[in-house]
Design a protein around this ligand. Structure first.
Ligand SMILES: O=P(O)(O)OC[C@H]1O[C@](O)(COP(=O)(O)O)[C@@H](O)[C@@H]1O
Ligand SMILES: [Mn+2]
Length: 652
């Protein structure tokens, strides 16, 4: 035996000091390998829609309903199954609703408790006892374990369970207990959650989503371009900060910054009033014209919107000039403005009438320089973003659980795309003088994201932070994946042709099997069995677009939780479930409210599209975790051998 091998086994022996202990562990691990694989749940492009997100988490995109069907088959009517499902999703609300109608609550509690216990038994049976134990609510851990474990020795099982259930009802704990069971079922139905990015922007509740994710039992996140721009804002990258604020104002969501994160917008408001006091700022109308704003608030938000947008365009122009290798010169738009003619010459040479001619903050000799007033606003905002503890905690979660991509159980997950040439080869991208492509490009960019938060070297910090802005909107950013971001054009130019953003080759080559196989192989995956799963681009179901590409090898799960995009998608989004039976896509109908979901018992699951059924039920042994367990078993077997041969001494 080699010395390193022996040293490793000696370490292992500290954990399993006897033949008995090592053997028990081998048996335990071996038995885990034969359990069904846990269910994975994939969500993407949540865009601040906390309520819809929370609903989809509660119903596990149909996984809860499927379990109910499995357990109760034909023994319950469809309507009873629907009621039970609603109870699992919204236990508190459903109980309150039932109480208004039901005359015999005691009977209802009893029936409901039995049904939930049955459901819980089956859901838990997929896991080891120790895993279930960890999921149990502290208050009821013991009782629930009693109720969901088969009692072979108890002769009159019915009487045994009856007495427990009766006691729960007698002492007035039924409601509480029902809620605990419902939450436990929600928790057990989905073993692991993948969030494929764009948690932030457009909707009102990204901070609530982050809070929920903070205590989610098992998850990973693939950062979206909107998440990365928030990471940029959190480290104080000025263009990212301006973008985040502009987006929030544009959607009438300043509450996120002010109430959610406690970032004071007074400096920006005061500045906007001073500089744009007489300017109606018509092209900066707030999206959706929020009804909760009064006329004065609407006017103020238009002014703030313009103030921060102009700051953004200046900062972006300056950054594009500072980093020619970003190839974002087309974001140097301000220098093309002719203030006398009221036109703009875009970097492509085309000239257009401007919809707004008032630029009081631009020095035409130095169009990208901030005025003293603008600098002051940005300085104060930088300190507010950097010192916001809650924002920093949320970003820490993104860093801890997230990355730019993930390979998981044979599948490749990322938010946007992989930069490709038209011929399907990986596109070479220059990052600060280094040429990278494919996986190496992803790895390089991810390292920069982490450096942006942690490096202590000033130059490295500045470069890394600027990369966050590049990832948000750069033409070769895998997360953005379009040739340019035409934000300026969309505000200032009527001609829609100038608003066009051309998607990169990935978005049509994803139907080409050879190319898709190469992408999977690039990330070390088996192209026969693996899938690419991404979000970022809304699936235009209304136009007949299918979320499943390349015969099922590529699956696109952005269908828009995002309300603002609903009219183009026609549905409220796709989510994906990967259970031991296979992969299935769920199309969701728009979510209205929790009250409505309870009253109408609507699932919002409109249909389920099977992508791929496993020929046999997949087991833990077939998963990445299973592979790791198998390796562990091999090592433990070597340890046993070492004990038996006397190479290592047992410690009794
Ligand atoms: O419609 P909005 O919210 O102004 O956003 C439009 C911008 O958002 C983007 O679509 C990026 O956001 P997504 O990552 O959600 O697609 C840009 O391409 C576009 O310029
Ligand atoms: Mn996106």
């Amino acid at each position: 035996m080699k010395t390193e091998e022996l040293r490793y086994l000696q370490r292992l022996a500290e954990l399993y000091p006897t033949i008995g202990k090592a053997s028990t562990e081998i048996i335990n691990l071996q038995s885990i390998l034969n359990l069904p694989k846990g269910t994975e749940h994939f969500l993407s492009d949540i865009h601040g829609e906390y309520e819809a997100f929370s609903h989809v988490l509660r119903n596990g995109s149909g996984a809860v309903r499927k379990k109910i069907d499995d357990v109760f088959g034909h023994t319950l009517s469809n309507s009873d199954k629907r009621s039970l499902a609603t109870l699992v999703y919204y236990p508190k609300e459903k109980i309150a609703y039932v109480k208004k109608k039901e005359t015999d609550m005691e009977n209802w509690y009893k029936i409901t408790l039995y049904r939930l216990i049955e459901l819980c038994k089956t859901t838990a049976s997929k896991y080891t006892r120790s895993k279930v134990r960890k999921a149990l609510p502290a208050d009821y851990a013991y009782v629930i374990e009693e109720l969901i474990t088969e009692k072979a020795e108890v002769l009159d099982k019915e009487a045994y369970y009856d007495s427990i259930v009766d006691t729960i009802i007698d002492i007035g704990r039924a409601e509480n207990f029902i809620i605990a069971l419902a939450e436990l079922i929600q928790r057990l139905v989905v073993d692991h959650l993948h969030v494929l990015g764009d948690i932030y922007d457009r909707g009102p509740g990204p901070h609530f989503i982050m809070d929920r994710l903070m205590d989610y039992h098992s998850l990973d996140i693939q950062w979206g371009n909107h998440d990365v721009v928030w990471m940029g804002a959190a480290v104080g990258q000025a263009a990212c900060m301006a973008t985040v604020i502009r987006n929030s104002i544009r959607y009438g969501n300043l509450d996120i910054l002010e109430d959610g994160y406690g970032i004071n917008m007074m400096p920006l408001a005061a500045f906007a009033m001073e500089v744009y006091g007489d300017d109606p700022c018509q092209v900066f109308e707030v999206h959706g014209n929020p009804s909760n704003y009064n006329a004065l608030e609407k006017e103020l938000s238009r002014k703030m919107h313009k103030a921060i947008a102009m700051i953004q365009f200046k900062l972006e122009g300056a950054l594009a000039k500072e980093h020619p290798d970003f190839h974002m010169e087309n974001r140097c738009v301000l220098e093309g403005i002719d203030p006398v003619e009221g036109t703009v010459r875009l970097p492509d040479g085309s000239v257009h009438e401007l919809l707004d001619h008032n630029f009081p903050t631009i020095d035409w000799e130095h169009p990208y320089e901030l005025t003293d007033g603008e600098k002051d606003v940005m300085e104060r905002l930088t300190s507010a973003f950097r010192n916001c503890e809650k924002l920093q905690n949320h970003m820490q979660l993104l860093l801890d659980k997230g990355g730019l991509y993930k390979t998981y159980n044979g599948n490749l997950l990322f938010h946007g795309s992989i930069p490709l040439n038209e011929d399907g080869t990986f596109k070479e991208v220059q990052i600060y003088g280094e040429t990278c492509k494919g996986k190496a490009l992803y790895d390089k960019l991810e390292a920069y994201v982490r450096k942006a938060f942690f490096t202590v070297d000033e130059k490295e910090q500045k470069d890394s932070q600027d990369i966050l802005w590049y990832i948000w909107a750069g033409p070769n950013s895998p997360l953005y994946g379009k040739d340019k971001m035409t934000t300026f054009e969309r505000y200032f130019i009527a001609d829609k042709e100038t608003h066009r953003e051309k998607k990169n080759a990935y978005y049509h080559l994803w139907e080409n099997e050879e190319v898709v196989n190469r992408m999977l192989e690039e990330f070390g995956l088996d192209p026969e069995n693996g899938h690419i799963i991404n979000g970022h681009v809304p699936v235009h179901q209304l136009e007949g677009e299918n979320p499943v590409k390349c015969g099922g090898k590529v699956i696109v799960i952005d269908g828009g939780f995002c309300e603002a995009y609903r009219n183009v998608t026609g549905i409220a989004g796709y989510t994906l479930i990967y259970s031991s039976y296979g992969l299935s896509l769920t199309a969701h109908e728009p979510f209205t409210s929790a009250e409505d979901a309870v009253a109408t018992e609507r699932d919002i699951v409109s249909n389920r599209v099977a992508v791929r059924y496993n020929p046999r039920r997949a087991l833990v042994g077939d998963t990445d975790n299973g592979k790791a367990l198998k390796e562990r078993i091999q090592e433990l077997k070597q340890l046993l051998e070492a004990y038996r041969k006397g190479v290592i001494k047992e410690k009794k």
